[in-house]
Ligand binder design. Structure first.
Ligand SMILES: Cc1cc2nc3c(=O)[nH]c(=O)nc-3n(C[C@H](O)[C@H](O)[C@H](O)COP(=O)(O)OP(=O)(O)OC[C@H]3O[C@@H](n4cnc5c(N)ncnc54)[C@H](O)[C@@H]3O)c2cc1C
Length: 448
């Protein structure tokens, strides 16, 4: 099935209005969709400025505008009925070894940044499951990897340059702007257009990854903390069938002279001697190396390799963050729905994320377990299952991933984000006329 057919069969989450000033016989422009193809953007008016000055001019002229990253969000967070701006031409990268930071253009992806940074002897603290997303777009939604001591990717941000609604350049830094900075980093595209973003870097490191199969849920429940602490980054996959995790992916940071030994058994799970894809029946070629083979951080921390199709390619995604200390209780609550979930699911992934101070982060002041669902492209059915999951998770105050699909009403989001009133005030400061607000922001952050 190609993306077009997929779009037809899933039904677009947003039926975008196609601006077609066509004369008879002219071909309609191909619909502009997100990566998954489940959403058609509501405008064909896409600006691609080549300099920061041009970004400022685009913003000054705009009535309503949304910044667009690499299109990977599954919901309408990046959509606009007026105009979008892509910074795909702004991809410069500058390393400052003295301050141990790297500054990248607003359109730079981790796939561009990571090998370049590694070649210079540096690394980032973590990556998402795929490298092909923009740094600005990922940080805007608090995108994360896994690791008990790893904050989401936005926790590496040291400074940002933003074009505000008046077209002015604003500089915000961790060291100078305190609370205002913590509010703006996970900005959901509502503060303005991020033209440059500065990240803290570490000396480069090597990682080895191995996969264990068939971990009984009883063991997971008994040794929850130990299992997630068994590597620098640990992901537990399940299809919610047979009360077990199908796979456990363990990524270990290797110290010099590390023996890199992997036990054949791990809490009842067995070490795989072949490379695996987390989705059953998917060939593993697109995945990063396993079987304990050491490699650079950027080619092990993501599950999928640079330049390869991540995950299934034809899918929907949902994810909820719950408090870490009630993590397994939340897993058990979701497991009750296995009969409803499994028929529409490719796979669930459980990850650990350290608490942070970023106001709109799903892990704000809360060490978290993230319960993720990669769904088959069956939106009508998935749309019926999500409220059931959200009901089971209600006692845990679930915070949905800002870039994925959820059905929680704004009234239930509000109590989960205690800094939402401050965030609205900060957004109004940079954007008093609501230039950067779209329907997603109006609905979910303003409840209108
Ligand atoms: C296959 C797949 C795997 C994924 N794996 C993970 C994962 O492991 N962990 C995880 O947390 N998420 C994951 N995601 C979700 C993804 O990381 C987020 O949706 C992320 O926000 C996408 O970044 P993007 O560059 O595509 O931005 P877009 O989706 O295009 O935009 C996202 C938001 O960023 C804003 N934005 C983009 N650029 C700018 C800018 N220059 N200035 C201001 N705002 C901007 C947009 O306005 C929008 O609000 C995955 C998605 C896919 C498709």
């Amino acid at each position: 099935m190609n993306k077009r057919e997929f779009l037809k069969t899933t039904g677009a989450v947003v039926a975008g209005s196609m601006i077609t000033h066509m004369t008879r016989g002219q071909q309609a422009p191909a619909p502009r969709t997100n990566w998954s193809g489940n959403l058609t953007y509501s405008t064909n008016n896409l600006q691609t400025p080549g300099t920061v000055k041009e970004v400022q001019q685009v913003v000054k002229k705009a009535i309503k505008l949304r910044a667009l990253g690499s299109h990977h969000s599954f919901n309408a967070i990046a959509d606009s009925t007026y105009e979008q701006v892509s910074l795909e031409r702004l991809t410069e990268m500058t390393l400052d070894e003295k301050s141990r930071t790297v500054t990248v253009g607003g359109g730079t992806t981790y796939a561009q940044l990571a090998p370049w940074l590694d070649a210079k002897g540096y690394a980032l603290h973590n990556l998402a499951s795929l490298p092909g997303i923009t740094v600005a777009g990922a940080c805007a939604t608090a995108t994360h990897g896994s690791g008990m001591h790893n904050g989401n990717l936005a926790t590496a941000v040291a400074a940002m340059e933003i074009v505000n609604a008046d077209g002015e350049l604003i500089l915000l830094s961790h060291d100078k702007d305190g609370e205002r900075f913590q509010g703006a980093v996970v900005g959901l595209g509502a503060m303005g257009v991020v033209t440059r973003i500065t990240l803290n870097v570490l000396p480069t490191y090597k990682v080895a990854q191995s996969v264990y199969q068939d971990l009984p849920f009883d063991e997971l429940g008994k040794h929850f903390e130990d299992i997630f602490s068994s590597g620098y980054s640990v992901s537990v996959f399940t299809d919610w069938e047979h009360h077990r995790a199908t796979q456990v992916w363990i990524k270990r940071k290797l110290a010099p002279n590390d023996p890199n030994k992997w036990d054949p058994e791990f809490f009842g799970a067995k070490l795989s001697t072949v490379k695996l894809h987390p989705l059953a029946d998917h060939p593993p070629e697109s995945c990063t190396e396993q079987e304990g083979i050491p490699g650079p951080w950027y080619d092990r921390l993501p599950h999928f390799r640079i330049g390869q199709t991540p995950s299934s390619g034809q899918e929907l995604q949902t994810e909820y963050f719950v408090p870490w200390d009630r993590g397994f209780e939340a897993v058990e609550a979701v497991e009750k729905l296995h009969g409803k979930i499994s028929p529409h699911l490719f796979v669930t992934e459980l990850r650990a994320i350290a608490a942070d101070k970023l106001w709109m982060s799903m892990a704000y002041q809360r060490p978290s377990l993230a319960i993720h669902f990669t769904w088959k492209p069956e939106w009508p059915e998935v749309q019926r299952v999500l409220p059931m999951i959200e009901k089971e998770l209600a006692p845990f105050q679930p915070r949905p991933h800002w870039g994925k699909l959820f059905t929680l009403p704004p009234a239930r989001l509000e109590p989960c984000y205690t800094r939402l009133p401050d965030f609205r005030a900060l957004a109004s400061h940079y954007d008093p006329r609501g230039t950067f607000r779209n329907k997603f922001v109006e609905t979910n952050l303003y409840g209108s």
